[in-house]
Design a protein around this ligand. Structure first.
Ligand SMILES: Cc1cc2nc3c(=O)[nH]c(=O)nc-3n(C[C@H](O)[C@H](O)[C@H](O)COP(=O)(O)OP(=O)(O)OC[C@H]3O[C@@H](n4cnc5c(N)ncnc54)[C@H](O)[C@@H]3O)c2cc1C
Length: 413
């Protein structure tokens, strides 16, 4: 398989300057890893002998585990292989907005896809949030899932015509969206904004930990610390690991979140302590092309107060540039003066698909399926992949297949 991107462009303990000129005294790691007691199940034993399985899934992030779970529910024998722990790729670095207020916007999507396909894309993400909620309850997952509203606002000084266009396009796509005088934030006057009702948020690693337990209960096999060196589809699919073991299978699913460099960007996150209740628990985004995205984790800070998780400063370059953390922190402090210490900072890669939609479906090689290019909605795309690939493997049609069908070289990993 192709060499993949560095998992965490900024990791370890590089010296990074705070916006106030002092070095951050933090190891770069996402806030989700602080619950280490809950997450042991994400670390399973590596593959240590040759095997056969009906389906092999390479990659145990949101996409791979969703595919594995849905297939296991139907009694299919599935083995998941991951070179790290489950969730150790971008899923564990995400900020875990579960949203159908699609990045790039409905107005643009409608201009590219037309109103009917836009409505279907929107519907697929809305259904994905509902399915995550359903799984959370059905499997009793302790993953802090909440339904929250989302607020989209302009940077200062920008006319509001873009929000008006967006409101109309989102409503044509079937969404419940409202125009508001400002977001419900004390201190920050966001100006007019759009409210998207009933979005979601959760703890991505607790969710995957629960899903992994459910998958194992269903008889699924998980091998972590198992790097796949070669994966071939065709009449007799097989994966071979770097350690020299192999699994023969009937169907192969590649959920490694790989893509060509040109379609990837680095994105940065800082998470700061907040006085409890000082920012309503909701999702917040601005409309910049490289937009800022924020959410609150109630009681999520290291001192037990709330945590404001803010992302943005996306860059196309691969190398980590610590200055982006300082710029992001400055942006947050200007708008949320009540924010206190930085508890966590991290960065990751976002892999974009085509026309804001991931590539999910049958690859060129027979008996092989891929999921890639989830962009900033990789978590909902992961659930969509779970059902879509589940249906394709079982030989059933899927209502979203035409939206996500991979047709081009990006699809190869
Ligand atoms: C900072 C940040 C914030 C984000 N915020 C959001 C958000 O709020 N909402 C949202 O929906 N999306 C968000 N995203 C995007 C989202 O995180 C990803 O799109 C999504 O997690 C991708 O899931 P995945 O399962 O496809 O990939 P991953 O989670 O990356 O999983 C792929 C797995 O494949 C494994 N792998 C790769 N190669 C091999 C190999 N050769 N052998 C074995 N294993 C291999 C990796 O170790 C990894 O565990 C964000 C991303 C970042 C970086």
């Amino acid at each position: 398989m192709q060499a993949r991107y560095a998992r965490t462009p900024c990791s370890g303990s590089q010296e990074v300057q705070e916006s106030r000129g002092r070095p951050y005294n933090r190891t770069m790691a996402s806030c989700w890893y602080s619950d280490s007691n809950e997450l042991g199940v994400l670390y399973q034993l590596p593959l240590a002998r040759d095997h056969c399985s009906q389906v092999v899934v390479v990659g145990g992030g949101m996409a791979g585990m969703s595919v594995a779970y849905f297939l296991a529910l139907e009694g299919v024998e599935v083995a998941v292989l991951d070179d790290g722990p489950i969730g150790g790729g971008m899923t564990g670095l995400s900020t875990a907005h579960l949203s159908y207020a699609l990045e790039g916007g409905y107005a643009r999507l409608e201009a590219e896809f037309g109103p009917e396909l836009t409505r279907q894309v929107s519907e697929s993400h809305r259904a994905a949030v509902a399915i995550i909620e359903e799984i959370t309850f059905k499997e009793s997952l302790d993953c802090q899932f909440l339904r929250v509203d989302g607020y989209l606002f302009n940077p200062p000084g920008q006319p509001y015509t873009n929000l008006e266009f967006e409101l109309r396009a989102a409503r044509r796509a079937g969404l419940e969206v409202e125009w508001m005088g400002r977001a419900p934030l004390t201190g920050l006057d966001s100006g007019p904004c759009l409210r998207f009702r009933d979005q979601g948020q959760f703890h991505p690693l607790r969710y995957l930990a629960g899903l992994t337990r459910a998958f194992l209960r269903l008889g699924g096999k998980v091998y972590t610390g198992t790097q796949v060196a070669r994966a071939r589809g065709g009449a007799a699919p097989r994966v071979e690991t770097v350690d020299g073991f192999r699994i023969d299978c009937d169907r192969l699913v590649l959920a490694t979140n790989s893509g060509p460099q040109g379609l990837t960007s680095s994105t940065y996150v800082v998470a700061l302590r907040l006085p409890r209740g000082s920012v309503p628990v909701a999702l917040y985004w601005d409309t910049l092309p490289c937009y800022h995205y924020l959410r609150v984790v109630p009681d999520g800070a290291t001192d037990g107060s709330d945590l404001l998780v803010a992302g943005g400063e996306d860059q196309v370059e691969d190398a980590c540039s610590p200055i982006h953390f300082a710029k992001l922190e400055k942006w947050v402090r200007e708008r949320f003066p009540q924010a206190r210490e930085v508890d966590y900072l991290w960065s990751g890669k976002v892999i974009n698909g085509r026309h804001q939609a991931a590539l999910i479906g049958a690859a060129r090689e027979e008996n092989t399926f891929i999921v890639s290019g989830g962009g900033g909605h990789g978590l909902t795309h992961g659930i969509i992949a779970g059902q879509l690939i589940g249906d394709l493997v079982q030989g059933r049609p899927n209502q979203w297949a035409h939206l996500y069908a991979p047709h081009r070289p990006l699809a190869t990993v």
